[in-house]
Design a binder for this molecule. Structure first.
Ligand SMILES: OC[C@H]1O[C@H](O[C@H]2O[C@H](CO)[C@@H](O)[C@H](O)[C@H]2O)[C@H](O)[C@@H](O)[C@@H]1O
Length: 637
């Protein structure tokens, strides 16, 4: 008989469900907190740096827990309204605790010397590089426990801890052979150093407060409870001021819109204007499968679509920062890539981390993303459409951006006839993907419109002529005998990216081909009503195994259904999709319709941006029942 512990199939997984994590951000660093109060994922100092807490991908790779000593399941957890701060309420046999967690925001701090990391213009607030946790006993008495076990470099290098000063209140952790990252923990508890961790335990009685702060830059961390509470208050004020800039409808779905907007904001990287596709890496798209990607980078497509979502809700400042990020990326004649590191770096080599077990054993644990070298022909259109959307409302554009935009239109003009890897970044052979051609049309069409805004009629005419040519070819070669737009020339496979056709105004929603395509996707490319990207058996994506339904595609379907006038069906689909939201109204990339579990990286910008678009489509369509309130020509804008 084997002496190995047998993993029983009915045993509860030691990994929390992906959707049970809370997401925090200060628009520079992000982290995920499990329901038991443990920070299980955090990369420092940047969101694409190696992780210091990695339990999410391997139960032994380090975490930071604050909570009752003998309870692991909280009574309740919520975001404090309008913020990315989390409040966890604990009921124990002896009393009640409330823990608050935040990545602190404070006033702009580079007063005497300019910032070395910020390339975008300073605002009034800035990240304080500090994860702050306060705890209050609100009833009875509770044994509080704190364990902080960072393991540097994705769980490979255990820390060396030392006290700073004569008391227990300040302790520093560094990698054994030193390095750039120093963690400084300040607290009013009495932590002891035990092996690789810092541990504290105390009995709290009603009215007691404590704090623990973990900081990673020279900025001063809070050293007293009063300072800690003041930092919490400042952080609340930052989020209140930000969320107040948005226009949210007075509607039962408002909280989903706010949470999605806050999540997209939390995925921005303020120093450069980059926007991450998600906060995590290697969370599996198929349970125990190989589709485990690193999403902690700025995809041009995901970012520009996210700006569209934010813009729909009245947030447009993030767009400027991202456009300058693109401008930086294309400086000195560099061609636009499909993705960048958050600092704008161009190389994102992919490798696997064999020392980590992976989430529920899903392997390989990939870091980096080889898709960065791919040719994906939608990127130029994604940028042009985003800039056009913003320029149209402001009736102006930053002068310096125009030469960069011209280059993107010219790239689309030069390459639209070539095959590419498409919007889904397939790892099989390049194909003539219809959605890529359509996005090249978007580049030329929006380019021509912007050229008119810039009073450059020759460019406008030249680009419009080519846009018309692409349009004609796609309509001739991209439609099958049924009148349905297909995934790639010469095939009859469906593809959810074709839902973008009405959303990008390639054809009016009244066009029979659009209506037939949307209906075909709804009927033939769905599992229990939720949408797949494509059928894996019909698509050479270079990978094995199934994948769940792609939630961006399901929300796109809801938007497209509104476009073709199927508002009731769209509302029902939205209702179902919103019912799948995590307890904190967050979404990963995919949903397994059988179990309802979220799959893939988390929280994912794609899903949240499409949620905003779909929900606003439905709400505006409902409002159209009140005469004069709905503009059918532009329901999603
Ligand atoms: O399907 C294989 C590809 O899957 C990932 O790409 C997906 O995520 C991207 C980021 O959100 C998104 O832009 C893309 O449309 C999605 O298909 C992965 O990043 C790729 O490396 C992989 O080839």
């Amino acid at each position: 008989m084997s002496e190995e512990p047998v993993s029983q199939p009915w045993a509860r997984s030691p990994f929390p469900p992906i959707a049970d994590y809370a997401f925090l951000s200060d628009c520079e660093a992000t982290c995920l907190i499990a329901p038991n109060g443990a920070v299980e994922w955090m990369c420092l100092p940047r969101p694409d740096s190696p992780s210091v807490f990695t339990t999410m991908l391997d139960r032994s790779a380090g975490s930071f827990r604050l909570g009752p000593y003998d309870e692991m399941v909280p009574a309740a957890r919520r975001y404090m309204p309008g913020s990315l701060m989390v409040e966890t309420t604990w009921q124990t046999r002896t009393g009640w605790l409330i823990v608050r967690d935040a990545l602190c925001m404070g006033p702009w701090h580079n007063i005497d010397e300019r910032s070395h990391t910020h390339r975008r213009s300073p605002t009034d607030f800035d990240a304080e590089h500090c994860l702050l946790r306060t705890v209050r006993c609100v009833s009875g008495s509770v044994d509080l426990s704190m364990t902080c076990e960072p393991v540097f470099d994705y769980g490979r290098r255990e820390p060396v801890w030392r006290y700073e000063g004569p008391s227990y209140g300040e302790v520093v952790a560094e990698p054994p052979e030193g390095g750039d990252l120093t963690l400084r923990l300040t607290t009013d508890l009495r932590p002891g150093i035990e092996g690789r961790g810092l541990h504290a335990r105390t009995r709290m009685v009603e009215g007691d407060w404590h704090f623990v702060a973990l900081a990673w830059s020279p900025l001063p961390p809070p050293r007293t409870l009063d300072q800690a509470r003041e930092r919490m208050e400042r952080t609340s004020e930052y989020w209140r001021q930000w969320i107040t800039l948005g226009n949210f409808p007075d509607h039962p779905w408002r909280s989903y819109l706010q949470r999605s907007a806050l999540t997209l904001k939390g995925l921005t990287y303020a120093p450069t204007g980059a926007l991450l596709a998600a906060a995590t890496m290697a969370l599996p798209e198929t349970p125990h499968g190989e589709r485990n990607w690193d999403y902690r980078y700025a995809w041009v497509r995901d970012s520009t679509f996210a700006l569209w979502g934010l813009y729909t809700l009245g947030f447009d400042r993030e767009a400027n920062d991202f456009f300058y990020f693109i401008q930086d990326a294309c400086r000195d004649g560099h061609q636009l890539q499909v993705m960048y590191r958050v600092g704008g770096e161009r190389e994102i080599e992919e490798e696997s981390l064999p020392h980590l077990s992976g989430y529920e054993g899903a392997f390989p644990v990939r870091v980096g993303n080889a898709a960065y070298k791919q040719r994906q022909h939608d990127v130029w259109g994604a940028v042009l459409d985003s800039v056009y959307l913003h320029a149209r409302s402001r009736e102006q554009l930053p002068e310096s951006l125009w030469p960069v935009l011209k280059q993107q239109v010219e790239q689309a003009a030069a390459h639209w006839e070539e095959p590419d890897r498409g919007i889904w970044e397939v790892r099989g052979a390049p194909q003539h993907f219809v959605s890529s051609k359509v996005m090249c049309w978007v580049a030329l069409d929006r380019g021509a419109r912007l050229a008119r805004l810039y009073d450059e009629p020759e460019y406008a005419d030249k680009w419009q002529t080519l846009a018309d040519q692409i349009h004609a070819e796609v309509c001739a070669r991209g439609v099958d005998d049924r009148g349905v737009f297909v995934q790639r020339y010469g095939s009859t496979a469906l593809d959810a990216s074709l839902l973008l056709l009405p959303l990008m105004r390639f054809l009016p929603p009244t066009d029979a081909r659009i209506r037939t395509t949307v209906r075909a996707i709804a009927e033939e490319l769905t599992v229990d009503g939720l949408v797949l990207r494509y059928r894996v058996e019909e698509t050479d994506d270079g990978l094995s195994g199934e994948e769940g339904t792609f939630t961006i595609c399901s929300f796109w379907l809801a938007s497209a259904l509104v476009e073709i006038g199927e508002v009731d069906q769209a509302r029902k689909l939205c209702e179902r999709l919103l019912a799948y939201a995590s307890p904190l109204e967050l979404y990963a990339e995919e949903i397994d319709t059988y179990s309802g579990r979220h799959l893939g990286n988390f929280p994912q910008a794609f899903t949240h941006l499409a949620l905003i678009n779909a929900v606003m489509h439905v709400i505006r369509a409902e409002q159209s029942l009140i005469p004069g309130q709905f503009n059918p020509a532009n329901p999603g804008s």
